[in-house]
Write a protein that binds this ligand. Structure first.
Ligand code: PRP
Ligand code: MN
Ligand code: MG
Length: 178
């Protein structure tokens, strides 16, 4: 075990078991629809990879990278597209794959944008949801875990770009960020 872990919040096994469940549901809902799964870089990269392995119907993938405008650490709600999709989304059944939804501002912006591009349908799957932090109303179609408002890293979630590769989700010891 690493020595910078204060508390493991979700073990590798808990995460993987949840992903099997989500994969089953998504496979059923999207059977024959040839969905386009969009990974929101970078945080969702681990979840995307593991989830795709559990989806049993054909699915195409693409990637988007976004960043919030403004210097504050809090998301401003204005999102800049750093890397856009390569895929035409008009007429497609789009599934946005996220690691965590916090204020909801990132996804609310992305959803509006994909609707304007005339996707046939749009759903959201997130591994983690912090509902107490929500600033905008957002409908989440598939949710892995509801989590408390704690500082979480691992499994895609970073602190200064670190910890994304850790296979579990944890609260780091305070000396890590103080
Ligand atoms: C994090 C997280 C979500 C977003 C959630 O990404 O991965 O994408 O913030 O916040 P919100 O609901 O308040 O908008 P971040 O901007 O840190 O980029 P990253 O995925 O590259 O780490
Ligand atoms: Mn992100
Ligand atoms: Mg981040």
């Amino acid at each position: 075990m690493r020595n910078d872990v204060l508390e493991v919040v979700l073990s590798e096994e808990e995460i993987q078991n949840k992903i099997i469940e989500l994969g089953k549901q998504i496979s059923k809902d999207y059977e024959g629809k040839n969905p386009l799964a969009i990974c929101v870089l970078k945080g969702a990269v681990m979840f995307m990879g593991d989830l795709l392995k559990r989806i049993e119907t054909d699915v195409e993938i693409d990637f988007m990278a976004v960043s919030s405008y403004g210097s504050s650490t809090e998301s401003s709600g204005v999102v800049k597209i750093v890397k856009d999709l390569d895929t035409e989304v008009a007429g497609r059944h789009v599934l946005i794959v996220e690691d965590i939804i916090d204020s909801g501002l990132t996804l609310s912006y992305l959803s509006d944008m994909l609707h304007r591009r005339n996707c046939a349908s749009l759903k959201i799957v997130t591994l983690l949801d912090k509902p107490h932090r929500r600033k905008v109303d957002l409908h989440i179609d598939y949710r892995g875990f509801e989590v408390e408002d704690a500082f979480l890293v691992g499994y895609g979630l970073d602190y200064g770009e670190k910890y994304r590769n850790v296979p579990f989700i944890f609260i780091p010891k305070p000396e890590v960020y103080s």
